[in-house]
Ligand binder design. Structure first.
Ligand code: FES
Ligand code: FE2
Length: 355
């Protein structure tokens, strides 16, 4: 079961240091999207952590009471990284000259100059944040007036009928390569042919795209439930994700197939934070059995599969998505690239104030 709690909307304003170009948006990720930033368990109450996401540095700050915020990692005074400062329970103190900033990005104290006009100013960008399914999500605005829609968790993560584990990994590959990889189910029958879950089924197939009201399916027309046979791309309330199922063998215990919800969050243009929720539609004792088997045997096997993907993608050249020779199996890849290119063009125009 998942709970979703939304932090107060402290400040939705986003000011970029310069208008982002189409190329920058494609390299570091589309704005006006929710992205998972970190697994919740990595920032405990009273802790803070520096992360780079979408090409910029952020401070993930959890106050002593457990409420999380994501601030630009820049002190309002001279832009020193706040992450080098001290966590004071409900605010952070910059190490450089002691300026104190609260989770809304507002300066609460300038110790070297009491009464300074900076006090009370909301001068550090604070993103809208929501937490659910074991992850901290933040809304990355395209323009200062961009407001976040309510975060709607993917069905498998919001449903009481499913149980899940969040798997987090960082890959030295562009975030686009992650999506290309998942929109290409056919690699399952080759790259993962020796795995515990993708050894069955045909090594030839025909694919089709099937539109939905929230995205599209890319699926084999002649095989289902044997291998990695379909994937759905979903975009809902500003959250983009992929959803897919892979059959489980008898050693995975009772229950249906293995489900995956995947989201790549760009770190820099060549590094990606990959969030995979590994799910199964099981409740009660069956859920207990799966959770036990997952921890004792299945998790390691899933890691082996994921390592095959990582090894492949990290070894692609940075311009590997140029000059390819695509065939029918790559319709999903072509589709997702076109969608993101069009969205990046639209967003760059809007950011530059031309739309
Ligand atoms: S730069 Fe942070 S207090 Fe001066
Ligand atoms: Fe894979």
């Amino acid at each position: 079961m998942s709970t979703l709690t939304t932090a107060p909307r402290v400040n939705s304003a986003g000011k970029n240091s310069g208008p982002l170009t189409v190329e920058e948006l494609q390299a570091t990720g589309l704005r006006d999207h929710w992205y998972p930033v970190l697994p919740s368990r990595l920032v405990k109450p009273g802790e803070m952590q520096k992360v780079t996401r979408l090409g910029k540095d952020w401070l993930v700050f959890r106050d002593a009471g457990g409420r999380v915020s994501v601030l630009a990692d820049r002190c309002p005074h001279r832009n020193a990284p706040l992450s080098i400062g001290q966590h004071l329970g409900d605010r952070v103190r910059c190490q450089y000259h002691g300026v104190e900033v609260d989770p809304t990005g507002t300066v609460v104290k300038v110790p070297g100059m009491p009464g300074c006009a900076l006090e009370g100013k909301q001068a550090t960008l604070s993103l809208e944040v929501a937490e659910g399914a074991g992850a901290i999500f933040a809304w990355f605005p395209a323009t200062p007036d961009s407001k976040a829609p309510e975060l709607k968790l993917p069905d498998r993560l919001a449903s009481d009928e499913h149980t899940h584990f969040l798997n987090y990994v960082e890959w030295k590959a562009p975030w686009r390569y992650y999506l290309d990889n998942v929109l290409d189910p056919m690699h399952g029958a080759f790259l993962h042919a020796d795995s515990h879950s993708m050894y069955r089924g045909d090594t030839t197939a025909r694919f089709r795209i099937r539109e939905t009201d929230r995205g599209f399916f890319f699926e084999k027309t002649d095989q289902r439930g044997q291998n990695f046979d379909w994937v759905e791309y979903v975009e809902q309330n500003g959250l983009s994700y992929v959803d897919l199922e892979i059959p489980y063998g008898p050693d995975a215990g009772p229950g249906g197939p293995f489900g995956i919800v995947g989201i790549p969050t760009p770190i820099t243009e060549n590094v990606t934070a990959v969030f995979h929720w590994r799910t199964r539609e099981v409740t009660g004792w069956e859920a207990e059995v799966w959770r036990f088997l997952y921890k004792t045997t299945l998790e390691e096997k899933h890691w082996e599969v994921l390592e095959q993907d990582r090894m492949m993608l990290e070894n692609f050249a940075v311009d590997a998505d140029q000059g390819e020779h695509l065939y029918q199996h790559d319709l999903g890849v072509a589709r997702i690239r076109r969608m993101f290119q069009a969205a990046a063009r639209e967003q760059a125009k809007r950011i530059a104030g031309e739309a």
